[in-house]
Design a protein around this ligand. Structure first.
Ligand SMILES: NC(=O)c1ccc[n+]([C@@H]2O[C@H](COP(=O)([O-])OP(=O)(O)OC[C@H]3O[C@@H](n4cnc5c(N)ncnc54)[C@H](O)[C@@H]3O)[C@@H](O)[C@H]2O)c1
Length: 310
């Protein structure tokens, strides 16, 4: 049994990770300030003796953890969502800087392994396809997406500094678009938005001409990647994780209509200027650890429909 901390564990990926850790027999402590989640998906663990939740902002002092001992820390905490870039820009930057620093100190004190969820956003609007971990990206440091993009880049920088200076055992995972059950009711990412609208026969809003592409990864496959990297990854290494099959937003919208049987129409709306045309991870490093995607988009959407529509 490992003693595990999950920062941001009340969120979409975090709550799915907690379920897997607990079923694997680990003891899990979640620290989350519920800024972009509401804790609904943690209720299932309420009476589990191997689960504890502390509502706390990681940018404030982590006094509650003073007398505890942990072997692994999954550091997921970060405000997410494109509409929050303006609303929670300061919180993003504080969480990715002060927050990550506190988590690094906690890892150092406990000599714990640190697994950090960075993002494909660190590649910005990429000029290279597919994006390998060695690609340094194309990011505007003061652009509209910068609180998240530069926040994650700064977190990466801090983490690698701790690996080099303190020999901390940390691994960085650059997560690409992930979907599945367990998102918050206010989730704005494209799959959730489309499924929600399809359920109520409201139009599916496709930004611009819908030819921009994305890759999608079902959350169970992403959790497999996180656990595999924790187990077999190497100290100081960076791993892309996600799906590597590109589909356009138009295709996704049509697939959602097909899977849900909805009567919704597709409605094209203006596309934000800072949106990117596409991203596709090179997953060679992750696959070399033995990972493979097991859930395709059609099956994944079907698995997501029920919870998303309830
Ligand atoms: N879901 C994706 O497609 C995706 C893609 C790329 C990267 N990621 C990264 O994966 C991680 C999890 O993402 P998610 O989709 O579950 O998002 P989410 O918003 O559902 O979860 C993030 C959680 O972090 C918490 N949090 C934010 N700031 C905090 C703070 N200062 N202190 C404590 N808790 C705080 C939020 O309340 C939330 O519960 C994030 O770091 C995100 O950047 C996700």
């Amino acid at each position: 049994m490992n003693h595990v901390v999950v920062t941001g564990g009340a969120g979409f990926i975090g709550s799915n990770l907690c379920r897997r850790l607990i079923s694997n027999g680990d003891k899990v402590l979640v620290i989350d300030n519920l800024i972009t989640s509401d804790g609904t998906h943690l209720k299932q663990f309420r009476n589990n003796p191997n689960f504890k939740f502390i509502k706390q902002d990681i940018t404030t002092s982590h006094f509650a953890l003073r007398n505890s001992k942990f072997e692994i820390i999954y550091h997921l905490a970060c405000p997410t969502g494109v509409p929050n870039l303006t609303k929670l820009g300061e919180e993003m930057l504080r969480t990715c800087s002060i927050g990550t620093l506190s988590v690094l100190e906690l890892a150092r004190k406990n000599q714990a392994k640190l697994i950090f969820t960075s993002s494909s956003e660190i590649y910005g609007d990429p000029k290279e396809f597919p994006q390998m971990e060695s690609y340094t990206g194309n990011v505007d440091p003061v652009g509209a997406r910068s609180p998240y993009e530069e926040g994650k880049r700064f977190s990466e920088s801090l983490i690698i500094m701790y690996v080099r200076k303190f020999n901390l055992d940390a691994r960085i995972i650059r997560v690409f678009n992930t979907y599945g059950p367990g998102t918050s009711k206010n989730e704005t990412r494209v799959v959730s938005r489309f499924l929600r609208n399809a359920k109520s026969n409201r139009p599916l809003p496709v930004e611009g001409n819908g030819k921009q592409t994305r890759t999608f990864c079902y959350v169970d496959d992403l959790i497999d990647a996180l656990l595999l990297i924790a187990e077999r990854g190497k100290k100081g290494e960076i791993y892309n994780a996600g799906g590597d099959i590109e589909i356009s937003i138009n295709e996704l919208a049509k697939l959602v209509l097909f899977v849900t049987g909805s009567k919704s129409k597709i409605k094209h709306i203006p596309r934000p200027g800072h949106d990117h045309q596409g991203r596709r991870p090179d997953l060679s490093k992750l696959k070399s650890l033995g990972w493979q995607q097991t859930v395709g988009i059609y099956e994944g959407l079907k698995l997501t429909i029920d919870p998303a529509l309830s």
